[in-house]
Design a protein around this ligand. Structure first.
Ligand SMILES: Cc1ncc(COP(=O)(O)O)c(C=O)c1O
Length: 382
């Protein structure tokens, strides 16, 4: 079956009632056949029917042996980082999500885990940062917010040779476009709050892997630490996934149109979108993603921090908010919002300037979005 057929049918098979939509199980505990004898489900932290359904969908769509659904993307990333022994070293991309930066520098460090940030679009920099105690390389399939595109297969060849885990946060590039497990990643992670859920109404995270032993280790950690996805959110996530491919195709199409328009705008200094020929990794992006380059665009304006803030609060359709990936378009200033948890020096080193704006392109008509951006960029003194 093709992707969108599987997205609709796998994991939501009709039960004995014939209901075409699976029920939402809210039970936290399950009657057992006998003392010390366990049925399929026992306690909902360890597994529940609604969560198991969406985990089957996710495993299938990612090409994994299994998937685990978490209460947030950060809970999923934390579970992956919990694989690391104290004293391990992680190499991570330098334009990663601010919350991942904070997790690595302010939580994992308590376990004596050290981190080196490198521009992951340059695989030789990743290779050079690896030390004898490196146990994990963590990259984003499109870097946040600078839209860098790493060569996942090339980095996978490096990590495989050194027996290091490669984790890919593919939140910006959902599995209808890219399946990192198929090109060498050991673990794929999603903030399912974004495109997978797709409607800004469900906080969720996902890990999937193609190695049964690794899956069991992650499951053990998830069960032991407990940040699982609840029944209602599992249902919402499953419902969102059914339209993922259609939403994504349209959002990518609009994004290309908006990115091209932004590139010609006199108030815009530069546009970062992997679909543009001007993007430094455009050819690589084409090889990895085909003709869909995601629906996130960053651009720098001519103007200082205050002017950038003015543009962000002047849009009428783009909501001024963190997050992304839903049907409604959003706008934000990474330096003061999604990436505020970076040290100022790390932001500067990564090239995240105060005049950078990041937009998440939703499903509104692209011409309406262009008109909205234009009035915000030009401002009251047009
Ligand atoms: C790329 C990326 N990874 C991880 C996360 C964290 O996910 P969550 O907010 O679901 O915990 C986000 C959230 O914005 C993100 O954009």
């Amino acid at each position: 079956m093709r992707f969108r057929t599987r997205a609709i049918h796998i994991g939501s098979e009709p039960d004995s009632t014939g209901a075409v939509v699976p029920p939402i199980y809210l039970a936290t505990t399950f009657i057992q056949p006998g003392a010390g004898e366990w049925g399929t489900f026992d306690y909902s932290r360890s597994g529940s029917p609604t969560r198991a359904g969406v985990e089957r969908t996710l495993a299938n769509l990612e090409g994994g042996v299994g998937a685990l659904a978490f209460s947030s993307g950060m809970a999923a990333t934390h579970c992956a980082m919990n694989l690391l022994e104290a004293g391990s070293h992680v190499v991570a991309g330098c334009d990663i999500y601010g919350g991942t930066y904070r997790l690595l520098h302010k939580i994992c460090n308590r376990n004596n885990i050290s981190v080196t940030l490198v521009p992951a679009q340059d695989a030789s920099r990743v290779a050079a940062a690896i030390r004898p105690e490196t146990r994990m390389v963590w990259i984003e399939s499109i870097g946040n917010p600078l839209m860098s595109v790493p060569d996942i297969s090339e980095i996978a060849a490096i990590t495989r040779a050194k027996n290091i885990l490669l984790g890919v946060d593919s939140t910006f590039v959902p599995p209808c476009i890219l399946r990192p497990l198929e090109i060498g990643a050991d673990i794929v992670m999603h903030s399912a709050t974004k495109y997978l859920g797709g409607h800004s109404d469900c906080l969720a995270g996902v890990l999937a892997t193609k190695d049964p032993e690794l899956h069991q280790r992650l499951y053990f950690t998830q069960n032991a630490t407990g940040a699982v996805l609840g029944g209602l959110e599992s249902f919402l996530l499953g419902r969102g996934i059914k339209t993922l491919e259609l939403r994504m195709r349209e959002q990518c199409r609009s994004s290309m149109q908006i990115a091209q328009w932004l590139e010609s705008h006199h108030r815009v200094r530069r546009v970062l979108y992997p679909g543009l020929a001007s993007h430094p990794q455009h050819d690589r992006a084409k090889r990895i993603m085909g003709d869909q380059f995601g629906a996130m665009i960053s651009f720098e304006i001519h103007g200082d921090c205050e002017e950038t803030k003015r543009v962000c609060r002047s849009t009428k359709l783009f909501g001024l908010a963190v997050s992304l990936g839903a049907v409604e378009s959003l706008i934000e200033q990474p330096a003061t919002m999604s990436h505020a948890s970076y040290e100022a020096s790390a932001r500067a080193a990564a090239g995240i300037s105060d005049s950078l704006i990041r937009i998440s392109v939703g499903l509104e008509h692209p011409e309406d979005l262009i008109e909205d951006l234009d009035q915000a960029l030009v401002g009251p003194n047009r």
